[in-house]
Design a protein around this ligand. Sequence first.
Ligand SMILES: Nc1ncnc2c1ncn2[C@@H]1O[C@H](COP(=O)(O)OP(=O)(O)OP(=O)(O)O)[C@@H](O)[C@H]1O
Length: 363
Amino acid sequence: MTSSSPWFLSIRDLDKSYGEFRALRSIDLDIRRGEFVCFLGPSGCGKTTLLRAIAGLEPQDSGRIEMEGRDVSHAAPSDRDFGIVFQSYALFPNLTVAENVGYGLVNRRQPARAIAERVEELLALVGLPDQGRKYPVQLSGGQQQRVALARALATAPGLLLLDEPLSALDAKVRLRLRDEIRSLQQRLGVTTVMVTHDQEEALAMADRIVVMNNGAVEQVGTPEEIYRRPATPFVADFVGHMTFLDAVVTGPGTVRVDDLDLQVANAGSFPSGTAVRLAMRPEEVRTRSITEETPNCFEATIGDVTFLGSFCRAHLQPTRSRTTRIAADFSANAMRDLAIAPGEIRRIAFPPEALHVFAGAAR
Ligand SMILES: Nc1ncnc2c1ncn2[C@@H]1O[C@H](COP(=O)(O)OP(=O)(O)OP(=O)(O)O)[C@@H](O)[C@H]1O
C-alpha cells in the first residue's frame, strides 16, 4: 500500500483470545483518511478490544495492522500516530486543565511558549477558552471530556480513537457533545474511530458503522445502509426495531406467513418451500392511501398501544392470522386521524420493498 491509498488504516485477519475465549475473530477492515467510523455492538462483542489493538494497548495474537501504509502490527503505542479519549475522563487530577492538555507536548520537549499557545488554541477549539488554570475537579463531566478531547488532539495525531467518550454523561450533555465532536472532526478532517453501544449515537455521528457481534464483524456500511439493508438478522435486530416472522417461500418473490400470502421485493434466491425469517420495521407498516390494488394489504386488529413521546407503537394482529403480531409506529397525527385505539380494526399494508428475508426459521 502506498501513501496515496485512500485507506488510513487497514486491518487484516486480526485475532485475539483471552485464554479459551476468542475476543476478536478474523477481523478485516479498511478505514478511509478523514472518515468517522463507529464500532457498534452489544456489551462484550469486542469493540474495545479492537480499538485497543489498533492503539497497540492490547496486542493482537495474529493479524496485521497498517497505518498510512506502515506496518504497525508490533509497534509500541508511542510509535503509532493516535490520540485517545476514554469513557472515564482519565485526566490527571493533580494537573491543571492546561497541564493536562499540554502533557503530550511537554513530553515532546517543545518550548514552553509554543506549548502555551497550542494549549490555548486547543481549549478554544473544544469550547473552553480561559479555563486552563482550573483543575479537573472544578469542571463538569462534559467539560472534562472536552479537556480529554483537547489532550488527545494536542499532537495533531492522524488518528483519533474514542472509547465510549459520551456514555458517562447525562442525556442532554451527551447530545450536545456528540454534535460538537462530529463538527470538530469534520473541521479537522482527522480520521476517527469511536466505540459505542448506542445505535442512535452511531447512526447520527458515523460516516460508516462497523456492527460487531461475538468478536466478529457482522456488517460494515453507511448508517443508511445498516438501517435500510441489514445484512443479517443480528444487525436488523440490533439497529432499530424489527418484527421477525416465520415464513415459507412459496415462489419467486412470494412468501407465506401463517395464512397471509405476501409479495417481497428482495426475496433472495431461496427455493420454494424454504423456511425463512421475514423482518419489517414498525415505521414501514402502511396505514394510509390503501386500495384493493395495494399489495400485501389486509385487515388487522389493534392490540396494545404504547406511548413513546413523538410516536406510538401499536401491536397489530391480522384478522386472518391466529398467531402473527406486528409492531407498527404511528405519529401523533396518524393516531388522531385514523383513530388508532386497542380493539379497532384497520386496513394495513406491508410494502413489498420494506420486507427483509433472512435464511432460517425465526427464534
Ligand atoms: N483482559 C481481559 N481478560 C479476559 N477477558 C477479557 C479481557 N478484556 C476483555 N475481555 C473479554 O473480551 C470480550 C470483549 O471485551 P470488550 O471490552 O472488547 O467488549 P466491548 O464490546 O467493548 O464491550 P463493552 O461495551 O461492555 O465494553 C468480553 O467478553 C470481555 O469479558
